[in-house]
Design a protein around this ligand. Structure first.
Ligand SMILES: Cc1ncc(COP(=O)(O)O)c(C=O)c1O
Length: 391
């Protein structure tokens, strides 16, 4: 028996690699401080949970197959959020679609629009599904390096003319995973829209970290640029915004034709999101938003403790304005190590688990990603352990 060539082409999944290393560490009784995965550790707000429980208990008709594209109430709530938050007008009937988490939608978009051998412009480093979705969709990736000297934005002027002409799809993601970079204003998005129009490219903007922001920074939407809806769609997730990662709920909004392709593709594969979860999503979008402020305060506190501590130890790390990640170059003392080797070494010597930059693509080499998602006390512990190694 053999698997498909597409499956063989996929690089090892970064979290699977880290999980294996952590299992080995646990087997040796190492007390692991896991900063490797961005899995929110705070609970979902009570009013959202209550809505789920009430629906499941008292409305048995919701136990049937859901409306795959998302119930009208859900799509309306999504569009109202876009109007209120970004002043973007969307038609809930044709320009919004519920997703089984945004990862599902991002991955399936590639399969819905690419033909075998079609080219997609993919950032490197990237959230892995931006790359893997293209490969699984039968396409090929042209990597757009995200470099520190360009604030981790792709330089569109460096994309060769023949590549741009051949490309059919482009992924962008700000606030960014894994680099935590942000766009300060709409300038970069304006460049993307002009580029996509010139070369007839579909844009998938991944705004999974729309609301995980600090120090007054507010993440803009790609769809705020006039004409963006002509070329692209934008994905959002309930996982980080409302601590609902396990619930599997997200959405995509924007160009109705692209949304239609994705809806059609999905209709052959899934039945959409459980109605009770969609209604809980409506409660999340339309109810009190205090939980977002609270969770951001928690991440911000951890960020300050950990970044200040690392900098004192001589490991230079910048404070991100968004996301719950730190993107750090491997400390000078260990520069000769590859990121995977450094992560193994760090885990073995200190029990601190971080993700190797290479797991997010070849331009992630030389870096590690640390997620601010473990109990506050553990960051003090991590600093104590790192001190021995770095001094
Ligand atoms: C950039 C980015 N997009 C999408 C996702 C997936 O989110 P969801 O849980 O909605 O599938 C993540 C999760 O970490 C992410 O970092």
């Amino acid at each position: 028996m053999d698997c498909s060539d597409k499956l063989k082409k996929l690089p090892p999944y970064v979290f699977a690699v880290m999980n294996k290393l952590m299992r080995e560490a646990w087997a040796k009784n190492i007390d692991v401080i896991d900063l490797s995965m961005g899995n929110p550790d705070q609970p979902t707000a009570k009013h959202i949970v209550d809505r789920l429980v009430d629906t499941v208990q008292n409305h048995p008709n919701t136990h049937r197959y859901p409306q795959a594209k998302g119930m009208p109430k859900f799509r309306q709530a999504v569009c109202q959020y876009y109007k209120k938050r970004f002043d973007v007008d969307l038609d809930p009937n044709t320009e919004a679609l519920a997703l089984v988490g945004s990862k599902e939608g991002v991955g399936h978009l590639a399969a819905a629009v690419l033909n075998p051998g079609d080219l997609a412009l993919v950032p490197s480093p990237a959230y892995p599904v931006h790359y893997n979705g293209v490969i699984l969709g039968g396409g090929e990736c042209y990597l757009m390096p995200l470099l520190a000297e360009n604030n981790f934005l792709p330089d569109l002027t460096k994309i060769p003319e023949d590549v741009a002409r051949k490309a059919k799809l482009m992924f962008i993601n700000y606030p960014n995973n894994p680099t935590a970079a942000v766009v300060e204003d709409l300038k970069f998005y304006e460049e993307v829209v002009a580029f996509a129009k010139k070369y007839d490219i579909i844009v998938g903007s991944d705004l999974a970290y729309a609301e995980i922001t600090y120090n007054g920074y507010k993440a803009p939407s790609f769809l705020q640029v006039p004409g963006a809806k002509d070329v692209g769609v934008e994905f959002q997730s309930f996982s980080k915004t409302y601590n609902m990662a396990g619930w599997r709920l997200g959405f995509v909004v924007g160009n109705p034709q692209i949304i239609g392709y994705l809806e059609k593709f999905k209709s052959y594969l899934d039945y959409g999101v459980f109605t009770a979860i969609q209604l809980a999503g409506v409660a999340a979008l339309t109810g009190p938003q205090d939980s977002i402020t609270e969770v951001n305060k928690i991440y911000e506190k951890r960020r300050d403790i950990f970044v200040d501590g690392l900098n004192k130890l001589g490991w230079k790390v910048t404070k991100p304005k968004a996301t719950m990640y730190l993107w750090a170059a491997i400390p000078d003392k260990f520069k000769q190590m590859k990121s995977i080797e450094f992560c193994e070494f760090l885990l073995r010597e200190t029990g601190v688990a971080v993700s190797p930059g290479i797991g997010f693509g070849q331009y992630g080499e030389g870096y590690v990603r640390m997620a601010l998602v473990t109990h506050d006390n553990r960051f003090h512990d991590a600093l104590l352990r790192l001190r021995k190694l770095l001094k």
